[in-house]
Design a protein around this ligand. Structure first.
Ligand code: CAO
Length: 438
């Protein structure tokens, strides 16, 4: 069994989830990899018995790296990907048409990966001593980063996970305990009116008030929730609202749709083009703060993230080099990434590298909203439903199709005046189809 396409190379192994002699099921997780973007489990492409493990914790793997030799289960349909191992002693696996599932992302950014939410059923007993010999406490890099962020000395934290693995809750529990006992966690800065100093989350027995049902959050909701909470808390947001007159654009879009009946051309592709034009004119928007918060990184490429609503939650795939693509190319790619997102087929590389995001609720409704900036980007465009409104043209009110735009931005990087200019330029581009197509 080999590493499938994981979107990046030289990704360290942080956990080995099977051992020699294990009978494993198809799609059972073999190892956990952790890049700086995501923690992901690599699933078995077919069922069988583990004969030899070819990796150890700390090894850096890329697509095609050999993980283990596995004897395929007799007669079981084996979905071996093209790049999968053809190990000796494996009965020639029958190749399914469906490609092997790509590694399952389990986190997005260090500190945000939900830990301990993996189905325990298929896993062997975990022994921290094997993967982290010696006295070093066992914790994933994400948890170490989380502890560092809170100023916690990870060696002081007792792990409650399998084999003493330190989980996110252990770190937060340690901090809560330290705060309750009046002690300051080792290395933590002294609070002097700084920090969020939030009240604990209310613990309520809702069943006391009526019938209830519990529903766990999906993995995507947990990951995006942690990111949204951080971005909302750490970025000083302001939202600038603007209306674009898209009467002419809409007539052109309809015409284009009639000429390309097999293609779905929605207003979103025009918005991508308009955003690229505005990013070129206002480079401050095509930027990110570095991790120190003292330097702005200006980008010379134009990769646009598109918020896609899926049954499991919100994901933001990225369309690359939108400046080099025409409207029809963008329409094709938008259709492809939306489908991939809803089919849970997006790889981590398809959700990274964005410069600016668009969140369109135009197909659903609403007149305005305040999207949350997708850090480390510095702005995001929210789009609501276009509606025909009476607009004064100097002589009379004329019916015009108006598209509501809501531009949220990081006020540390962008001033209000600049945001107002960006939003009105965007509206101007969408209002004059000739400019957009230049
Ligand atoms: N005004 C009026 N109509 C609009 C519109 C707008 N601003 N934007 C799209 N429409 C129309 C489309 O033309 C399409 O009409 P037809 O069915 O007649 O062709 C219809 O609404 C549905 O469009 P769509 O949603 O399928 O396609 P899209 O290209 O506009 O959007 C995608 C694609 C993936 C962005 C969208 O499906 C989606 O997931 N949106 C939700 C994003 C989200 O959840 N954001 C919130 C993030 S914060 O929680």
């Amino acid at each position: 069994m080999k590493v499938p396409d994981i979107g990046s190379s030289d990704v360290p192994v942080i956990e080995i989830l099977v051992k020699v002699g294990d009978t494993i099921a198809k799609d059972q997780s073999l190892i956990t990899l952790e890049s700086d973007k995501a923690t992901m489990e690599v699933p078995a492409p077919f069922a069988g018995v583990v004969k030899e493990i070819k990796v150890k914790v700390g090894d850096e793997l890329s697509e095609g790296s050999l993980i283990a030799l596995v004897e395929a289960a007799g007669g079981a349909p084996a979905a071996a990907p093209a790049q999968a191992a053809a190990p000796t002693r494996v009965e020639a696996p029958k190749v399914e048409e469906k490609p092997a599932p790509i590694a399952t992302p389990r986190g997005v950014l260090p500190g945000n990966a939900p830990e301990g939410d993996v189905a325990p059923t298929a896993r062997p007993p975990f022994d921290a001593g094997i993967v982290m010999p010696g006295d070093a406490p066992y914790a994933s890099p994400a948890i170490r980063a989380f502890a560092r962020e809170l100023g916690v000395d990870i060696r002081q934290v007792k792990g409650s996970g399998r084999g003493g693995r330190i989980q996110r809750e252990d770190v937060t529990g340690y901090v809560k305990h330290a705060l309750a006992s009046g002690a300051r966690p080792a290395g933590a800065p002294v609070a002097a009116g700084g920090g969020l100093n939030l009240l604990p989350w209310p613990k309520v027995d809702f069943a006391k008030f009526g019938a209830i049902e519990e529903k766990p959050l999906s993995r995507i909701q947990k990951i995006s929730g942690a990111n949204l909470a951080r971005n909302w808390a750490m970025i000083p947001h302001v939202t600038q609202h603007e209306d674009a007159d898209i009467t002419e654009l809409e007539a052109f879009r309809k015409k284009l749709g009639e000429e390309n009946k097999d293609l779905k051309i929605t207003p979103l592709v025009f918005q991508i083009k308009a955003v690229v034009a505005a990013l070129k004119k206002f480079p401050q928007f095509n930027a990110s703060l570095d991790e120190t918060g003292e330097k702005l990184i200006l980008k010379k490429y134009f990769h646009i993230g598109i918020a896609v609503d899926t049954p499991d939650g919100l994901v933001v795939p990225v369309i690359r080099d939108c400046d080099k693509k025409g409207l029809l190319d963008l329409a094709i790619e938008l259709g492809e990434i939306s489908k991939k997102a809803r089919d849970k087929k997006l790889g981590p590389n398809e959700m990274s590298g964005g410069c600016f995001s668009i969140s369109s609720l135009g197909g659903i409704g609403g007149t305005a909203f305040t999207p949350i900036v997708n850090a480390p980007e510095v702005a995001i465009l929210g789009v609501s439903k276009a509606a025909t409104k009476p607009v004064w043209n100097g002589k009379e009110f004329a019916p015009r199709l108006m598209l509501p735009l809501s531009l949220s931005y990081d006020h540390r990087v962008i001033d209000g005046a600049l945001a107002a200019r960006f939003a009105s330029y965007l509206a101007q581009q969408l209002g004059d189809i000739r400019r957009l197509l230049l």
